[in-house]
Each structure stands twice: as structure tokens, then as C-alpha cells.
Design a protein around this ligand. Sequence first.
Ligand SMILES: NC(=O)c1ccc[n+]([C@@H]2O[C@H](COP(=O)([O-])OP(=O)(O)OC[C@H]3O[C@@H](n4cnc5c(N)ncnc54)[C@H](O)[C@@H]3O)[C@@H](O)[C@H]2O)c1
Length: 253
Amino acid sequence: MEIKGKAAVIVGGASGMAKATAEMLVREGGRVSILDLPTSKGEEVAKQLGGTFHPCDVTDFAGTEAALAAACDDLGALHVVCNTAGGGIVMRTLSKKGPHPLEDFQRVIDLNLVATFNVARLAAARMNENDADEGGERGVIINTASIAAFEGQIGQIAYTAAKAGIAGMCLTMARDLGSLGIRVMAIAPSLFLTGLTSMVPEEMAAPLTAGAAFPKRMGKPEEYARVAQAIIETPMLNGSTIRLDGGQRFQPK
Ligand SMILES: NC(=O)c1ccc[n+]([C@@H]2O[C@H](COP(=O)([O-])OP(=O)(O)OC[C@H]3O[C@@H](n4cnc5c(N)ncnc54)[C@H](O)[C@@H]3O)[C@@H](O)[C@H]2O)c1
């Protein structure tokens, strides 16, 4: 799908990889609307990009539906959605404090997996209203997993379950939506310099990426955006999760 003239909603777009993706889309001639927490820099980022901002917490599923609808109304259509809001906790299945509280597990699943599915299902309905382009395409959905989906570390059980769900639903969703000309991909980053992680000092970051093949460094948000661009522009990319990790495989700790 050509980006020029297309409308995109970027969830979590006030910061990090999603912000870089929003910047890429505007640079390539697209229009963006940002969904992010009311406390985020969404308003400021949207203004810089000539787009709109609709505050929401993605774990408020009804509120997100309203924010997405308002964003699509602003844009007049929806061709691309990028789901990047998410995060994890550190808690073992069983620790000295007892079994992992279910409510904490559920919270991480809601934030990463259910919220991603919520936006994807609603975005697909909106994309289905588009006229197909000459290649038969109506939309592209990009979700954000993590390499923890495949090699979760000790204490990442809830996060791993959520991100593995995002990676796992990719092909099924692509098959569900294929007849409509809507593609679905996920990107699974290793450690990236975003939000909180950008404050990790060099000497602490080095051991975290020592296991990578090359380059042995944290990823840059622009590298995520470059992959997002390739996904949007390459119709044959569909139904899979791209690892973006310099060949890194997480060790147990
Ligand atoms: N940074 C990494 O090392 C790394 C590695 C693998 C996967 N990821 C995944 O990437 C995504 C985070 O992207 P980032 O690293 O660019 O982080 P970031 O902190 O820079 O940006 C995340 C954005 O999501 C927003 N957000 C968080 N919770 C939200 C909520 N409940 N509702 C609405 N918006 C919310 C934040 O306000 C923020 O603007 C997450 O899904 C994370 O699991 C990050």
C-alpha cells in the first residue's frame, strides 16, 4: 500500500517506536491521529505532525472504541493502524510471596493482548469501508509483540503470554481479513531505546545486548518505523511476526 495520502491511527504514538512510526508516515505523505494516555505528550506530538490527538487508556475498551471512532472521523478514513501501547511487570509464576496474583496477570493480558485485539477488530471494520486500491488492498494492521514472546525471561510470564498471543493471532487474523484486502503483521523488538529504556546508562545497556549477533546495541525507534514502512509498502508481508533484534536470543535471566 502506498503511504501517500493514507490515514493512520497510531496507538501509543506519543513516545518511542510508535512516535517514530507516526513521524515516518507524515514524512511519506500520510496523515496521522494519535491515541495515547491523557497524561502523555500526545497533544504536543500530534500538533508537531499536523495530526490530531485522542486521549484514552487502551484498557478502557469502550473509551478506546470512542477515541478510535473520533480519530477515524477526523481522518475521514482508516488505512493503517499501529498498536504499540503496552508494557509488562516482573513477577514469577511462584515466588516467596506466593503464586503470581491472577489480577496482575490479567492486567498485563488486558493491556497488551486484549487492547491490541480490541483496536484491531474495530480498525478492520473501519478499513472495510475503504474502496480497495488497484492491488485489492483496504488496510494494514501492525501490532507490537516482543522477542519475549519466544524466549521470555524469568519473571516475564504475564508479558510473554500477552506478547505470544499477539504473535500467535497474526496469521489467524490475516486469514480472517484476507478476503477483505486487510493485512496483519506484528513486529517483535528486542531491547529498544524508548521511553524509560532510553534512560538506561551505556554501561548498564551493554550487558543487556551482549548476546546479540550484530549490532550489539539497543534498537532505535527509527528502525521500528523502517520496518513498519516496509510492512505497509510490501503487499506480500502478511500473517507473520518480524523479529527486530540483531540476532539476539534472550537468556533465562
Ligand atoms: N522498548 C523496548 O525495549 C521494547 C521491547 C520489546 C517490545 N516493546 C513493546 O513496545 C511497546 C512500547 O513501545 P515503546 O518501547 O516505544 O515504549 P514507550 O514507553 O516509548 O511508548 C509507549 C507509549 O504507549 C503509551 N501507553 C502506555 N500504556 C497505555 C495505555 N494503557 N493506554 C494508552 N496508551 C498507553 C505511553 O503513554 C507511551 O506513549 C510495548 O508494546 C512494549 O511491550 C518494547
